[in-house]
Design a protein around this ligand. Structure first.
Ligand code: SAH
Length: 257
């Protein structure tokens, strides 16, 4: 199974995780966006089985736990994130029904047809949108829901600079129309979709990044890889400011047929 992380040197992966664990969220999003998406699904009841795939440190899981009853299993590849995730749930008094485990989203520890809801914000890109939706379908009960965010082109055409950036970093980015079709082809009825507002990037993602840059670099004095990583982050922010009308994250909510 193709996985972008396989191409990252282990040291670099640790370095990236060490940066992102300072943040409440590891991807663009907001409590409002999570609640809005949850609102399309409605109550699932106290016996609901929910999975949050690529959960990171659990920023969105906290909102999810307040939006639904039932049990939530967070899964992430990085043990450092899962440690923080579980500490956060203890602190918030949620550890009796929200648990984080280390694992991969392409090898899930659930039985077929056992889940009521699969949630995944800013993470399905690791295995590809269509591929992930197809793969996860079997774990949902009929009528179960999937809610994911994915990077998308917001216009049919875009300037060369931003096209090249995505071609180099995530060539599988696609238009909303094509992603809706992929969701249908993967066996779901599309319940809703919406573009994440710009605050999800600015206030909730890039702003906390800027605060974390300094403390991170202090931990890696003279380390070129760490400096390159922060340089790349800054470049990403500049591109977003310049080209945000052409791309963004889209929330897709689907129901298994
Ligand atoms: N959902 C969180 C984190 C998004 S960042 C948020 O929105 O804030 C993407 C996450 O996917 C990271 O935590 C990364 O460790 C995780 N990840 C990457 N590949 C994965 C895989 N194959 N299986 C599970 N998690 C993975």
């Amino acid at each position: 199974m193709e996985n972008e992380n396989n191409s990252i040197h282990p040291f670099e992966f640790d370095l990236i995780c060490n940066f992102f664990k300072r943040l409440h969220r590891q991807g663009p999003g907001s409590p409002e966006a999570t609640r809005l998406a949850a609102g399309f699904i409605g109550p699932l009841g106290p016996d609901a089985e929910i999975a949050d795939l690529g959960c990171g440190t659990g920023g969105q899981t906290l909102t999810l736990a307040r939006s639904f009853e039932g049990t939530i299993t967070g899964i992430d590849l990085f043990p450092g994130f899962i440690d923080i995730f579980n500490r956060n749930m203890v602190r918030e008094g949620l550890s009796d029904r929200v648990r984080g485990i280390v694992g991969s989203m392409d090898d899930l520890p659930f039985g077929e047809g056992t889940l009521d809801l699969i949630w995944s914000e800013g993470a399905i890109y690791n295995i590809g949108f269509g591929n992930g939706l197809r793969l996860w379908n079997r774990y949902l009960r009929p009528g179960g829901y999937v809610a994911v965010t994915e990077a998308a082109w917001l216009t049919p055409e875009r300037p060369g600079e931003i096209q090249r950036f995505w071609d180099e970093n995530y060539p599988r980015i696609d238009t909303i129309g094509n992603q809706l079709r992929e969701m249908e082809e993967a066996g779901y009825q599309v319940v809703a979709h919406f573009i994440l507002p710009e605050e999800c990037w600015r206030e909730n993602y890039f702003h906390p990044h800027r605060a974390a840059h300094e403390s991170f670099l202090k931990e890696y004095p003279g380390n070129q890889a760490a400096e390159d990583f922060i340089g790349m982050q800054k470049h990403e922010q500049e591109l977003y400011e310049k080209y945000h009308e052409y791309y963004g994250y889209v929330f897709y909510i689907g129901r298994k047929l």
